[in-house]
Design a binder for this molecule. Sequence first.
Ligand SMILES: [Zn+2]
Ligand SMILES: [Zn+2]
Length: 227
Amino acid sequence: MRCLYCHDVIKEEITLITLFTKNEPLCLTCRAALSFKYPGERCGRCHQLVRKKADICADCHVLIDLYPAVNKIYTATDYNEEIKMLMHRYKFVKDYALSEVLALLISFNFKCYDYVVPIPVSSARLKERTYNQTSAVMRAAGVTYTNMLGTGKMKRQSELLKHERLSSTNPFYLLENVKDMSLSGKSVLIADDIYTTGITVHQAADVIKDINFQNIDVFTFSKTQHI
Ligand SMILES: [Zn+2]
Ligand SMILES: [Zn+2]
């Protein structure tokens, strides 16, 4: 068998146990490089590295004030050098097969949510990339998701300066089919690819809160670290 990421042959020792367990499609080297997490103290909410352990970091304080709808934030990996390369290939070189590699790095119980809602991409971006990078990973991971949001956003968050990101108007809106729904008592997980400033997912939560979800959590495949 070959590793799904580096395509090297995975040498497997055949033992009674390996005969009865599912083949692991990532070699140990790739799995270690992709799941590498920077050591240090973290914010208890967004998992940002912080100088001194804190329940809530300075960034989270700002975000909670602006967009109080988000409850918990989860992330699968740090945006380390290997993930950075993977994401580049996945999003800009359009290597769709990498959605399966990302799916393998996620161990998360999506089933405890009533709805999993991917962050949408604008139709212009979708035309260019041909797939929504978040939904594609959900599909690869066998997660049922619901599209509830639309966006007309043209600029990538990464193209905006920090003050532009904070002051930019909310790019998301509720899709027609969910506008009149009332989901009181239900919980939702907003899913996105990379958590950078956190503004994208918080803005999405700010829109989705209008259909009365009891709880809104966030999950991203990766979190950038800025210290
Ligand atoms: Zn490999
Ligand atoms: Zn934080």
